[in-house]
Each structure stands twice: as structure tokens, then as C-alpha cells.
Design a protein around this ligand. Sequence first.
Ligand SMILES: Nc1nc2c(ncn2[C@@H]2O[C@H](COP(=O)(O)OP(=O)(O)OP(=O)(O)O)[C@@H](O)[C@H]2O)c(=O)[nH]1
Ligand SMILES: [Mg+2]
Length: 217
Amino acid sequence: MAKEKKIVVKKQAYIVNDEIADQIRAKMEEKNKLFFNIMGSIGAGKTLLLERIAERLSSKYRVFVINGDVATTIDADRIARQGATTVQINTGGGCHLTAKLILSELDKIDVDNYDIFFAENVGNLICPSSWDIGAQLNIVVVSITEGEYVIKKHPIIFKGADIAIINKCDLEGSDFDSKVLREDAAKIKSGMKVICTSAKSGLGVDEFISTLGIKNP
Ligand SMILES: Nc1nc2c(ncn2[C@@H]2O[C@H](COP(=O)(O)OP(=O)(O)OP(=O)(O)O)[C@@H](O)[C@H]2O)c(=O)[nH]1
Ligand SMILES: [Mg+2]
């Protein structure tokens, strides 16, 4: 395919994706449902945070989680054990979820049977930033073991986020420090909420849930 034609096809894919994302957002808002996109690095703790959240919410809310990974159903199985309904999307080689993939899962269920929806995007800080999946809030998770430059090196995903989670704060000490990451996240987008969490100990998880606007967990 000629280079110009490839560019047009790529642009068209983004336009179609954004149209589907807007449809998903409108449908969720019309039905009074919450839908959150959890993005972040590989191993930052997205799934463990979702396990903690499902654990806290499942007695009051019907939680549906769509997990995106290249392969396996490990993450969906982990979160399902905490009382949420889950579905795993395997992207093959794909490094992000798309609005079309989300819609195809939502079309298989009765959305009215659930209150709160989460998508765990494929672990990386690059591709998911370009693909709107129709969530009301975009969250980026990094952990303090990823080094002090991780936010500075990935400004685009943080600029598009509503909440930055600095996870693994239980490891704070002489080897790892959350200070620079918290400051970088706050600087990169004014007004962005930054929360230090430990999905392991539960630190900051209640604050995260209330920042999502979820009442009385
Ligand atoms: N100490 C500590 N370990 C954590 C924390 N959160 C996650 N982990 C550990 O980090 C590893 C990766 O956690 P996951 O929740 O699978 O990370 P993820 O972001 O879902 O990873 P991918 O889905 O593979 O991108 C696991 O061994 C977790 O037990 C935390 O807050 N503190
Ligand atoms: Mg995961």
C-alpha cells in the first residue's frame, strides 16, 4: 500500500474508534453506569488494585471488569475470585484495547445487570494513550519500582489521564521513593489527582475509590 494511503487508513481507524468510544460513553451515561479505563505499565499493579477494589465493592455493587492482555486469562481469573464478573480479551499481538473490542464485549451482556465497569488495558505506557475506549475517567498506574524517570519519559499518557496512581508505596524507603513521581504527575497536568497506593497493603485504595466518585463502598 502506498504511504499516503496507509496514513489515510490509519487516520480513518482513529476516527471510527473515537465514534464508537463516544457511543459507549453516551450509553453508559444514559444508563447511569460508571466506566473506568485502567492503564499503566507492565506489572505496575493494575490487577492487584482491581482485586482490592472488587473485594471492597462487590457486596454493594455489581462490578464488571474487561481485562486486556496479549495472552492468558490470568488477570480475569484473579479479579473474578474477588466477586466481580470478568471477561478476558486476548489481543494476540495488540498493545492496547480499542472501543470496538469493548463494545463487542458489552454487546454480549445486559449492561443493566451491572453498576460499575472497569477495563484493565494492556500493560504499557504508550499504545493505550492513543485509543479512547469510551470510559468516563482514564487512570494511569505506575509503581515506585519503575524508577524516577518513568513519568517524565511518558508524558502523553499522563496528559490524557484524569487520575495518576503511584503504586507499591509500601516499598517506600531507602531504595524506592514516590516523591519525584508524585511531583512529576502533578506537574504534567494541572489539576490531575495523584494518589499513592499499595495494592498489597490497601494503602490509598479507599481514596482511589472515592476519587472515582463511587459512593459508600
Ligand atoms: N509490594 C507490592 N507489590 C505489588 C503491589 N501491587 C502489585 N504488586 C505485585 O506486583 C506484581 C504485578 O502485579 P499485577 O497486579 O499483576 O500487575 P499488572 O499491572 O496487572 O501487570 P500486567 O497485567 O502484566 O501489565 C505482582 O507480583 C503483585 O503481587 C503493591 O502495591 N506492592
Ligand atoms: Mg494485570
